[in-house]
Design a protein around this ligand. Structure first.
Ligand SMILES: NC(=O)c1ccc[n+]([C@@H]2O[C@H](COP(=O)([O-])OP(=O)(O)OC[C@H]3O[C@@H](n4cnc5c(N)ncnc54)[C@H](O)[C@@H]3O)[C@@H](O)[C@H]2O)c1
Length: 346
């Protein structure tokens, strides 16, 4: 049995579908903050629960935990720093401690695949886009933003627990920014929002300086990486961090790439506008994905083209309603503000 926390989210809902497809038993624990994206399945157990008050019963019969739950971007972490700390650090530590104790009690390995992020590599001192350093997993990091700071703190907590429990196997997947279709869609991720704006307005706006570098990753490759890690040899992964990326792109280059895909496929002319007003800070980091390729033979090969086409077709079909740009569920910060004002989920 695989426990997937945050399994009803953007990545989780694709991951769970794939895990069921390869015959796994899956238990999802999620607050269902964005709703329930699943159709019932005999090997799927859905538990509506908050990781901030973990329950040891969630780990019953579990061999591996894929821990995705938490706040998942900078704006939400900045808006609700306490919720961010509690969900991203405290909850991660609590669940990991329970999993580690279970591994000791039952004397068997329990894997804990943690959804970290390449944004741990960003610090204001690395923001100089003319002088690019390729970030690898061995480099010292000191993230300063609320979101990435809590992701790093959680990594450190997992390593600390692993020191005391030899059969507890945490692995950190530092993923690039994800793009592509999901049953629980997000339009607040760079490629996804570019596609939405191209479809709606035939116009993309690049804020700040478009030279910023971003590592990107197709959602299906993110899912494949988790599945790959479930069966990788313990001695190659225990306590390790792995960057998982397809490629690094400059944001402006990416905007042009998206417009080109759309023009070639649909004959629709999309303009790119640069907005240098305000002080939209451009997070920039350039990341190496070599370690996971060399050590585990995993590579993330899916590019942007296929994902943009899939999202455009879904928008055309009306899969996200007539005005997805107005639906707060597709934008984590808007949804958090809206639900918090209504008294949930904090
Ligand atoms: N999407 C990306 O580009 C990206 C990149 C790198 C890392 N990540 C990480 O991957 C994970 C999943 O990201 P996503 O894009 O699917 O995000 P998401 O916001 O779509 O999903 C997060 C899920 O966690 C649930 N959740 C939040 N707090 C919870 C709590 N306290 N208890 C139980 N459930 C809770 C939410 O209901 C939601 O279903 C996150 O940890 C994120 O930080 C995402």
């Amino acid at each position: 049995m695989i426990l997937v926390t945050g399994g009803a989210g953007y990545i989780g809902s694709v991951l769970v579908r794939e895990l069921l497809g390869i015959g796994q038993q899956v238990r999802v624990v999620d607050t269902m903050w964005f709703g329930d994206p699943f159709t019932p399945h005999e090997r799927l157990q859905l538990v509506q629960g908050d990781l901030r008050t973990p329950d040891a019963a969630w780990l019953k019969d579990v061999d591996a935990v894929i821990h995705l739950a938490g706040l998942s971007n900078d704006p939400t972490a900045d808006f609700a720093p306490d919720l961010n700390n509690e969900s991203n650090v405290y909850a991660t530590r609590q669940l990991a401690q329970l999993a580690a104790e279970k591994s000791k009690r039952e004397d068997r390995e329990i894997r804990y695949l943690f959804a970290s992020t390449c944004s741990v590599y960003y610090a204001p001192t690395t923001a100089d886009t003319s002088n690019v350093t390729t970030m690898t997993e061995t480099m010292p990091i000191a993230p300063t933003a609320n979101y990435s700071k809590t992701k790093r703190l959680a990594e450190v907590e997992l390593l600390r627990i692993a020191d005391h429990y030899p059969r507890f196997t945490p692995v950190m997947l530092r993923k690039g920014t994800i793009f592509g279709l999901s049953p629980r869609m997000r339009f607040d991720l760079v490629v996804n929002v570019f596609t939405l704006h191209a479809w709606r307005n035939q116009l993309l706006t690049v804020h700040g300086h478009g030279e910023a570098w971003r590592p990107l990753l197709h959602i299906r490759d993110a899912v494949d990486a988790y599945i790959h890690l479930l069966s990788a040899p313990t001695d190659r992964i225990r306590g390790e961090a792995f960057n998982v990326i397809h490629k690094n792109y400059r944001v402006l280059e990416l905007a042009h790439w998206v417009t080109e895909v759309i023009e070639q496929r649909y004959g629709v002319d999309v303009r790119v506008k640069r907005d240098r007003s305000g002080n939209a800070a451009s997070r920039s980091y350039f990341v190496s994905g070599e370690k996971i390729a060399e050590r585990l033979g995993f590579s993330a090969d899916r590019g942007v083209t296929e994902a943009v086409i899939a999202m455009w077709d879904a928008l055309e079909r009306g899969d996200f309603g007539l005005e997805p740009e107005k639906d707060p569920r597709y934008f984590n910060i808007r949804w958090l503000k809206e639900t918090m004002m209504a008294g949930a989920p904090a």
